[in-house]
Ligand binder design. Structure first.
Ligand SMILES: [Zn+2]
Length: 409
């Protein structure tokens, strides 16, 4: 299983984050969890084929989680999709899609199957295939919202190839029968039991998708022992009240779910736009649950890295990687010889003293004045004079909040 976050913003996209959507790749098929605006572009950029989408799971009907659906349907139609497309989501999803198809006169040439869940349900197995199943439970948000658990059924145990050849088992059909649990009678009359060459069944991998919810026991049930738990962490601890008022989680709530569920890996996403640096959320989550990662758009997360690495490759450079590369090339041969240290910016020596006096962050205006020490700026000149005579009066500066205080989540 490969999980690829496509959009990790909440409510409003930011310059670096897209609206919520997560793709799950399994054996060549793609399962989409929510489809915010731009989901289809992000699929392309992630190196995932849109035509491989098998099922789309929708958590709830807030527009930021479904605004990418109609464009995707239109693309399927232009691609002449023939395979049916399955939707799982809250009641009303079909009506939403039907209306858009009708309004824009989309001639959908493939079948749409809907599995809709009504408010008040407590548990449902929404998909049950030969190799996997998907379970749904209600979450605790301001509107009806569903969490999902995608789990593979147990895989047959590994075959002991040496022992098999010793016993004279060579045909594929024979292996198939033994793997399926049937005993086999060989030409010499000996009977081979499956347990003779097939090991214990191996548990399948699991993925839980829990977004737009406060902490709730249902989330823990969905995430129990999950290999990958993708959980929203819209806010930090300082906005705990806001989180519960709006039916969202803090990073620490996500960590609590992961701890109680004994998940193997927690991946947090759905960040409020106010957190330009989501590492603060990572830090909070890791205090309670160490194996936590920040979701990064287009960066795949593997349940079996040894076999899965390279299957899904982003078509665009991930931001962090390209930045690192830039540093390497620009600062080669820097002070420490390692090549990835950025030279320290030259600031006037007055900067430090100034901060002590002011006890806060400098306003933009002050930066402009202190930055220039070459005498080209008249303001700079007068600043220096003031500083030397020690007569300059500093205006009190209110320290800025760490994040822009606009009210988005
Ligand atoms: Zn949301």
């Amino acid at each position: 299983m490969i999980v690829v976050p496509l959009g990790i913003a909440s409510a409003t996209p930011t310059i670096t984050r897209h609206l919520p959507s997560v793709a799950l790749w399994r054996e060549g098929s793609i399962f989409l969890f929510d489809a915010g605006e731009n989901a289809q572009m992000r699929l392309l950029q992630a190196g995932l084929k849109r035509s491989k989408i098998d099922t789309i799971f929708i958590s709830h009907l807030d527009i930021d989680h479904i605004s990418g659906l109609v464009g995707l349907l239109a693309t399927f139609q232009l691609q002449r999709r023939e395979k049916s497309l399955r939707f799982v989501g809250p009641k009303g999803l079909k009506e939403y899609i039907d209306w858009h198809i009708q309004f824009s006169k989309l001639d959908v040439g493939y079948e749409l199957d809907f599995i809709e869940l009504e408010e008040g349900f407590d548990h449902a197995v929404v998909v049950d295939e030969e190799e996997y199943r998907v379970e749904a439970r209600p979450l605790k948000h301001s509107i009806f919202c569903i969490g999902y658990r995608f789990e593979e059924k147990d895989k047959p145990g590994k075959v002991d190839a040496d022992k098999a050849s010793e016993l004279g088992i060579t045909e594929d059909e024979q292996f198939k029968a033994l793997k399926a649990g049937d005993s086999l009678t060989l030409s010499d009359g000996t009977t081979v039991q499956p347990s003779d060459i097939v090991g214990h069944p191996r548990p399948g991998d699991s993925f839980a998708y829990i977004t737009d919810t406060e902490y709730c026991p249902e989330a823990v049930k969905l995430a129990t022992n999950a290999n990958i738990l993708y959980h929203e962490a819209t806010f930090g601890e300082n906005l705990e009240d806001k989180a519960s008022m709006n039916g969202h989680s803090t990073a620490s709530d996500a960590a609590r779910v992961a701890t109680e569920a004994q998940a193997k890996l927690l991946v947090i996403g759905h960040f409020s736009a106010r957190y330009t640096n989501p590492f603060i959320l990572l830090k909070e989550a890791r205090e309670k649950f160490f194996p936590t990662w920040l979701a990064t758009e287009l960066r795949p997360i593997y349940t079996d890295p040894a076999h899965e690495k390279g299957i899904v490759q982003a078509k665009v450079m991930l931001k962090e990687l390209s930045e690192k590369d830039d540093k390497k090339s620009t600062y080669k041969g820097g002070n420490r010889g390692k090549g990835n240290f950025r030279p320290r910016k030259k600031r006037m020596s007055s900067d430090r003293g100034h901060r002590r006096d002011g006890g806060g962050y400098k306003s933009r205006g002050e930066y402009d004045r202190t930055k220039r020490d070459d005498g080209r700026s008249t303001r700079s000149g007068s600043y220096d004079r003031d500083r030397e005579s020690g007569s300059r009066e500093h205006k009190p500066i209110t320290p800025r909040p760490r994040y822009d205080d606009y009210d988005r989540f």
